[in-house]
Design a protein around this ligand. Structure first.
Ligand code: FAD
Length: 446
């Protein structure tokens, strides 16, 4: 007899609600806790997981396995060539038909507030962020257990080590075949240095950001040349190496109000951004058809998008001739990351200037981002292409030249990524330094 915890997108020991509950159950029943992770190459492919994201996950599993072993808990990794939905359906069937000795429990743990818990005035899911966020704050403040942190699991009895010795020998599988895999040691080493894996790194990054940078977040979050302007924690949220509870709580506890709102503007703003991630998850549960390649607004299902492969290739390779777009697209190719402001600018450019189907961009992002996350990516593309939950979509077009001038006036970000413009100085459009934003004089200058 044993209690089994099945890791999904919760690759951490600290503040893992389901793991903690499993540990409690095992202790009460006097049986060992065993952990399981199922790697499905077919699912990774179906979900367009970027190879660097898969590499991050495998590195995280190694750390997880080591930390669990220190508590006498084995982590068994199974590689399973079948799609997720069929696997889960089969499991539910086995448990439904099984005897009483087999009990399964599903524990939700990716959001601070469970999807479905917040109802709008008409009793449904909110489709607009601001009222949803007010309801979210109210709910969290009225239910302090939302931010209750869960301890690590308790150690297994020492006898587990000999009784389940074979489970401790399970190796970390190699990365599944993928034609886009970082294919040489130099590239792999570079990505690994950029994105150290595991929950210890996530907590270190969180506390460093909260100690040094969160207070200035409101002013600096949109300036891509500023190091530390944002937390770069998205890969950890997406992989579950950091829980949203821990993050929100760390930020809240540094606020002099000790609350989610009021007090320091940077802290308030950062909490509201972490909540955006949660909002898009609630939207997904409220309108599941958005998972099926359909826009949130059904009205926009029939748009005939243009498709020009030369334009699409120019966009993906950072060769559009718009420096701010090219810098951002080259950054993602080189690092697997792009700051939020740039994601909005390049997404708007693809959908509203090149008139290419936003779903091609959505797919490209998933295949290349280290933090690729279906809900946030789909929500971001829906917003930028105006087919999503944005209540005022019709006039929102990001002008790449004005955005460049506004958020990278000195041209530091462009110079970092667009080699051929490294000798240009920065400045305002229309002035001498404006060429860095507009090298072809599109604003009318000759
Ligand atoms: P910070 O500014 O430090 O914010 C903290 C956390 O809040 C982030 O780590 C993230 O989890 C969350 N967050 C911040 N902004 C947003 C937002 N606009 N929407 C949802 N969550 C947010 N985020 C992903 O995690 N995965 C994606 O695949 C993804 N695709 C996107 C695609 C588009 C077109 C757009 C416009 C946005 C996308 N985002 C995505 C949201 C956002 O750009 C990133 O979460 C953010 O840039 C990550 O950087 P950070 O960790 O430094 O963020």
């Amino acid at each position: 007899q044993a209690v089994v915890h099945w890791f999904k997108m919760d690759l951490r020991l600290h503040d893992n609600r389901s793991l903690w509950l499993a540990s409690q159950k095992a202790q009460e029943a006097g049986v060992p806790l065993i952990c399981l992770y199922v790697l499905s190459p077919e699912d990774l492919e179906a979900h367009l997981r970027a190879p660097i994201r898969v590499d991050f996950m495998l590195r995280t599993l190694e750390i997880l396995k080591r930390d669990l072993e220190a508590l006498g808990i084995p982590l068994w990794i199974e590689t399973y060539e079948v799609d997720e939905l069929r696997r889960e359906a089969r499991l539910v069937k086995i448990f439904a038909e099984g005897d009483e000795k087999m009990v399964a429990e599903v524990v939700h743990d990716t959001c601070v507030v469970m999807p479905g818990a917040l109802k709008s005035g008409s009793g449904g899911q909110y489709a607009v962020y601001s009222p949803w966020y007010r309801a979210w704050i109210k709910h969290v403040e009225e239910n302090p257990d939302c931010l209750e942190i869960y301890e690590k699991p308790l150690p297994n009895p020492p006898s587990t080590k000999s009784k389940y010795a074979h489970l401790f020998t399970c190796p970390i599988p190699p990365a599944p075949e993928n034609k886009n895999l970082p294919d040489n040691d130099e590239t792999k080493a570079r990505y690994r240095a950029l994105w150290p894996a595991g929950e210890h790194e996530a907590l270190k990054r969180l506390h460093k950001f909260c100690d040094e940078n969160i207070g200035k977040y409101a002013e600096r979050r949109d300036i891509p040349s500023v190091e530390g302007g944002t937390s770069k924690l998205s890969v950890h949220f997406a992989s579950g190496t950091l829980s949203a509870r821990t993050a929100i709580r760390a930020a809240r506890d540094r606020n002099n109000t000790k609350r989610l709102n009021g007090g320091n503007e940077g802290i308030q703003r950062w909490i509201s951004e972490v909540a955006w991630r949660e909002f898009y998850r609630h939207v997904l549960v409220g309108w599941p058809y958005v998972c099926m390649n359909k826009p949130f607004k059904p009205l926009y299902s029939n748009i005939t998008w243009s498709y020009n492969p030369t334009h699409f290739h120019a966009w993906t390779s950072g060769q559009t001739g718009y420096p701010i777009i090219d810098a951002a697209m080259r950054q993602v190719l080189s690092t697997g990351f792009m700051p939020n402001r740039l994601r909005m600018i390049v997404a708007s450019f693809l959908a509203k200037d090149l008139l290419i189907d936003w779903r091609m961009g959505e797919r490209y992002f998933m295949e290349h981002l280290i933090d690729g996350d279906f809900a946030s990516n789909n929500g971001g593309w829906g917003f930028a292409a105006s087919v999503g939950v944005d209540p005022q979509p019709y006039f929102r077009v990001f002008n790449p030249l004005l955005q460049s001038e506004k958020f990278d006036e000195g041209g530091e970000y462009i110079r970092r990524w667009v080699e051929e413009l490294r000798d240009l100085e920065g400045g305002k459009l229309g002035g001498k330094g404006g060429w860095i934003h507009d090298p072809y004089g599109r604003e009318g200058r000759k």
